[in-house]
Design a protein around this ligand. Structure first.
Ligand code: NOJ
Length: 565
């Protein structure tokens, strides 16, 4: 511990009267897995409406729903067949309207998912493209090409993110093998042609459709993938689901995407009260490149996946936090912190794996198992650190319960197309998508009225159910509630951040400014306990303290001792 707290500034804080989204905490609901109203084993809007008060109780500002649109569900709804209607699995448009009203009554804003890179192959446009044949305006909305050579080979060597080649050949109306279409993801997810003006106009219209219904904004799927390089140059690398960010890729992070988002921003700005936002799902590296998506006339937010991907190693955490704030400040945008979502191994499990190895795409019973206790302890500390940082933050359903990944799911239950397309080489994302446990003693742990769940829940989810944690001192749920309350009261999301000098290298130490008195934030990633400076009063700790000592893998927030310089 240093004798005096001297600090190095990292971020000046948001401007006064900053809009709601600059420091919002947004909770991600994965509709299939949050709450099941009708007992068919798949979550739905009726279930969601019943459970929304949980989010009010938790203390988040908004909720983002992964897709609930009409879809054959080949990629859990990220294969949209109708962007303006709801899949009967989940309910109806009337149910969405009712849910929006309920959310607004609870003081929650609602963000919906927008999937512009590809449609479902069942979308009427794709069906029309198949019927219309080569060189038709219908085909021009997608990426159709003649095959190489005599037409029997794919037009180029691009690979699908989910495994296998990125092209599939169609059978033409005359029954003969014909053209090929591009699908960077599943064969049932044909890529749209974003050079086509009709495609652009259609998506601006879809934005208006949802904005008129009262949504506060959009999370934009594959925001870095819409535009493909002229001439579709060769590129044989397979950019894995979690590694879609190679600098010389002809389909990720092309310059042409930015004008699309500038046009969308103009649409959003036609709407006020509240200010409407869009958040980019863009797996772009390094963070400087990502910051280009949040320039003042583009996205409001972009998930900081570089941060999500950072191991629990002090030097790396320190560097990514400082660098993220720096590049966002340069364009006047808030940082957007995130630790888990429906595509990655839950952070309570990730942090229980060796931290010097790359993040796996799913964990199966055949793989090395995470250290559950260690993972949870670090996850709680990581969340306490994240929620102290200035900017917005996303929380993925179930992380407030400390849910681990389902790491022993029998393979026959797997539904992620990655598992099939990589022939089992990657188990994929089902383990983080398991239905939520609400009540230990009830069928499906209270997920729905029946025993049925579309993915099996591990036994341990019963002990972690909401009813086992509510009001229980020291539970992960109560920790999240306390962090969110203090974050709001102390204005941390819109405050400044400075690094405290003089602590050991493996301790992260910050002073977070805000609307109230500044907050001292300490996260101990080292092997030795760290002493909380004299005069600092502990506000919250992610784990048990030993007197005034912060043990390994624990984070605390405290008031600032008066002698800070
Ligand atoms: C990103 C989504 O989060 C993921 O779940 C989906 O499979 C791909 N985009 C394709 O839409």
């Amino acid at each position: 511990m240093p004798d005096e707290l001297s600090t190095t500034p990292l971020h000046p804080g948001s401007p006064p009267n900053a809009p709601w989204w600059r420091d919002a905490v947004i909770y991600q609901v994965y509709p299939r897995s949050w709450a099941d109203g009708d007992g068919d084993g798949i979550g739905d809007l009726a279930g969601i409406a019943d459970r929304l008060p949980h989010l009010r109780h938790l203390g988040v500002d908004a909720v983002w729903f992964s897709p609930f649109y009409v879809s054959p569900q080949h990629d859990a709804g990220y294969d949209v067949a109708d962007y303006r209607d709801i899949d009967p699995l989940f309910g109806s448009l009337a149910d969405v309207d009712a849910m929006l009203a309920e959310a607004h009554d609870l003081g929650l804003k609602v963000i919906v998912d927008l999937v512009p890179n590809h449609t479902s192959s069942e979308h009427e446009w794709f069906q029309a493209a198949l019927a219309a044949g080569p060189d038709s305006p219908e085909r021009d909305r997608y990426m159709f090409r003649d095959g190489a050579g005599d037409g029997s080979r794919p037009p180029n060597d691009w690979k699908s993110v989910f495994g296998g080649q990125a092209w599939t050949r169609v059978t033409e109306a005359d029954g003969q093998p014909g053209q090929w279409y591009l699908h960077l993801f599943d064969v049932t997810q044909p890529d749209l042609n974003w050079q086509n003006e009709e495609v652009r106009e259609e998506f601006r219209s879809i934005l208006r459709f949802w904005l008129d219904r009262g949504v506060a904004g959009f999370r934009v799927d594959v925001a870095h993938g819409l535009v493909k390089a002229e001439g579709l140059p060769p590129y044989s690398r397979r950019d894995h689901m979690l590694e879609q960010r190679t600098a010389n890729s002809p389909y990720w992070d092309q310059e042409g995407v930015h004008e699309i988002y500038r046009a969308w921003r103009a649409v959003l700005e036609e709407f006020t009260d509240p200010e409407r936002i869009m958040c980019a799902e863009a797996w772009v590296r390094p963070v400087e490149r990502l910051a280009r998506y949040v320039r003042p006339d583009e996205f409001h937010q972009a998930f900081n996946f570089e941060y999500l991907d950072t191991p629990w190693i002090a030097g790396e955490q320190r560097a990514v936090i400082a660098e993220s704030l720096r590049v966002n400040d340069e364009v006047g945008a808030p940082a957007t912190w995130v630790l888990s979502n429906h595509d990655v191994v839950r952070h309570a499990s990730r942090f229980g794996l060796p931290q010097d190895e790359p993040r796996p795409n799913g964990i199966s019973a055949q793989d090395r198992q995470p250290d559950v206790a260690l993972g949870l302890r670090r996850a709680r500390a990581a969340t306490a650190l994240m929620l102290a940082l200035p900017g917005g933050a996303y929380v993925y359903q179930g992380e407030e319960l400390g849910l681990p990944e389902h790491t022993t799911m029998p393979h026959e239950h797997r539904q992620d197309p990655t598992y099939v397309r990589t022939e089992g080489e990657e188990v994929g994302r089902d383990g983080c998508r398991v239905p939520m446990p609400w009540a230990k003693g009830e069928p499906s742990f209270g997920f729905g009225p029946s025993q049925s769940t579309w993915l099996p829940q591990p036994e341990v989810y019963g002990d972690l159910a909401v009813d086992q944690q509510v009001g229980v001192e020291g539970s992960t749920l109560e920790l999240y509630r306390t962090l969110l309350r203090l974050r709001r009261e102390r204005g941390l999301g819109r405050g400044s951040l400075a690094e405290v000098d003089g602590f050991a290298d493996d301790v992260l130490a910050y002073v977070a400014g805000g609307t109230d008195a500044p907050t001292l934030v300490l996260a101990n990633l080292g092997g030795e306990p760290v002493t909380i400076p004299d005069g600092a009063e502990v506000l919250v700790a992610s784990g048990e303290l030993a007197g005034r000592a912060v043990p390994t893998d624990v984070a605390v927030w405290a008031t600032l001792p008066t002698r800070t310089t």
